[in-house]
Design a protein around this ligand. Structure first.
Ligand code: DX5
Ligand code: ZN
Length: 219
């Protein structure tokens, strides 16, 4: 199965985003990962829908939008109108998850659910038949550049076994601390999408770094 790379622009400087998005557009990555944070669900703030819509026309890649926010319902239409292709929200929020799933599907966008490291994957079992993607966080959400939590590998493996046994057509995306070594562990455990932020942006050339990571998992 193909491994999809989803570079997280959180790893780059916000002063440089137009360039970053056009570079990623030229790379082999299939997705671009946008981390939306509200300073409430997570202890950090990033950007909202306008940022995404302003960058939308700079790239034809799939915009993989990860909402680390409370009150998802309040702004959902704005994220859809901004041109998000996949919208993933967290299962730990205090909202009607089925309503959010249906709303995103009605607008013909792909829908994902993310889970924090301490949340068991079984919490989202009942939604798996209705969604396109699950994000397993391998760091506490909120910041790029943290170390990969090895204790999440078993969760990836168990979820992937369930997905296979039930013939579900769903992305298993891993987010946090991904590099060659940790990415390999995730793929071996059954993941098929890898988010990578600081690992790519700390290298000299973003396009070369992204293409090398893509090649490594798709040779
Ligand atoms: C963390 C974000 C991640 C982050 C990944 O809350 O969801 O997408 O940007 O960055 P790295 O790859 O540096 O862990
Ligand atoms: Zn993310």
């Amino acid at each position: 199965m193909k491994t999809i790379i989803s570079p997280s622009i959180l790893g780059g400087s916000f002063s440089n985003m137009e360039k970053t998005i056009s570079e990623l557009d030229q790379s082999k990555a299939e997705y671009i990962h946008f981390d939306v944070m509200d300073g409430d669900f997570v202890p950090n703030l990033t950007f909202g829908p306008k940022f995404i819509s302003d960058l939308r026309f700079k790239s034809k890649k799939i915009f993989d939008v990860h909402l680390m926010v409370n009150r998802v319902g309040n702004f959902l239409d704005d994220y859809i109108d901004a041109g998000s292709d996949i919208i993933t929200f967290h299962c730990e929020i205090d909202e009607n998850i089925n309503e959010l799933i249906n709303k995103i599907k009605e607008k013909k966008r792909k829908v994902g659910i993310a889970i924090k490291p301490k949340t068991p994957w079984e919490e989202v079992k009942k939604y798996l038949h209705h969604i396109d993607q699950i994000i397993i966080m391998t760091v506490e959400p909120g910041f790029g550049g943290q170390s990969f939590l090895n204790n999440q590998i078993e969760k990836i493996q168990n979820l992937s076994n369930y997905v296979k046994e039930n013939n579900l057509n769903i992305n298993i995306e891993i987010d946090g601390g991904i590099n060659y070594e940790t990415g390999k562990l995730c793929i071996q455990a059954g993941a098929n999408v890898l988010v990578a932020g600081s690992f790519l942006f700390k290298q000299e050339d973003l396009i070369i770094a992204t293409d090398k990571l893509d090649d490594f998992f798709n040779k």
